[in-house]
Design a protein around this ligand. Structure first.
Ligand SMILES: [Zn+2]
Length: 259
């Protein structure tokens, strides 16, 4: 069956001297493994559309066993990613997470659009990579349906406390008066038993805004660098614990971002 799809190339592996195996997150069929014959060759009409992070229209011969790329028309290539090592390392992490989350034959347009938004902002240099990472991770928890309830303490309902405990696996917030069992005494104790992190009121407020903002406003993070850094650590821990996976692309990004 010949299908026309719109999608984002999240992985492109060289096959021999001239071909590529692509992973494309499509609007119509979710994740697709697509063979691009000649995708490596500059003379090929498939070359631009076979680049990692290309986004556009693809015509694919879709069979039960294989998907063969027939036509590719890249509308965006996010060229700016290739000019900044830190941005490109983060883009690799985003691509890997999205490729894990979106399944074959299960369209997930909101996740695709989240990835596209993040890649656009990164590529254009509109936000610092660490902020894009925080927003991506928090919004991914929403896509996975495991986002934290940050409206207030889950026991007493108060939302005016200076700091809280966040139970990562059930997404519940508790205030300092209603602290959970075996709550850590300080940040160094975090990560034992229940995976509980401490969040200040400012961090909770900022995370809540990222989760509830319209797409155009979701990258608005507080100006306080400490709040942003701490929120980034929480968002990463939260997402990775729910995905139950460590990402080498993330380790690499972190190394690069320290330079
Ligand atoms: Zn409480």
């Amino acid at each position: 069956m010949i299908v026309s799809v719109e999608g984002l190339v999240v992985n492109a592996v060289n096959m021999g001297v001239s071909d590529k195996m692509l992973t494309i997150i499509t609007r119509q069929y979710g994740r697709m493994a697509v063979y691009a014959r000649g995708g490596r060759q500059i003379s090929s009409k498939l070359m631009t559309g076979s680049l990692k992070f290309a986004y556009g229209d693809y015509v694919i011969n879709k069979t039960e066993k294989t998907n063969i790329l027939q036509e590719a028309n890249a509308k965006l290539t996010f060229f700016g990613l290739h000019k900044d090592l830190c941005a490109s390392a983060l883009a690799d992490y985003i691509a890997e997470v999205v490729s894990d989350v979106v399944m074959d034959e299960e369209p997930d347009e909101p996740t695709l659009d989240l990835a596209l938004n993040c890649l656009y902002v990164l590529s254009e240099g509109k936000r610092a990579p660490e902020d894009v990472k925080t927003v991506f991770e928090l919004r991914m928890t929403e896509r996975l349906g495991v986002y934290p309830d940050l409206s207030g303490c889950c026991k007493c309902g108060r939302s005016d406390k200076p700091w809280y405990y966040l139970d990562i696996m059930n997404g519940e917030l508790r205030c300092s008066d209603c602290k959970p069992d075996a709550a850590p005494q300080n940040e160094a104790d975090e990560g034992t038993a229940k995976i509980i992190v401490i969040m200040t009121g400012a961090e909770v407020y900022a995370a809540r805004r990222v989760l509830s903002a319209e797409k155009s406003k979701m990258f608005s993070l507080p100006t306080d660098k400490n709040v942003r850094e701490r929120l980034g650590a929480v968002s990463e821990k939260y997402l990775l614990n729910h995905l139950e996976k460590n990402y080498k692309t993330l380790d690499f990004y972190k190394e690069i971002s320290k330079l």
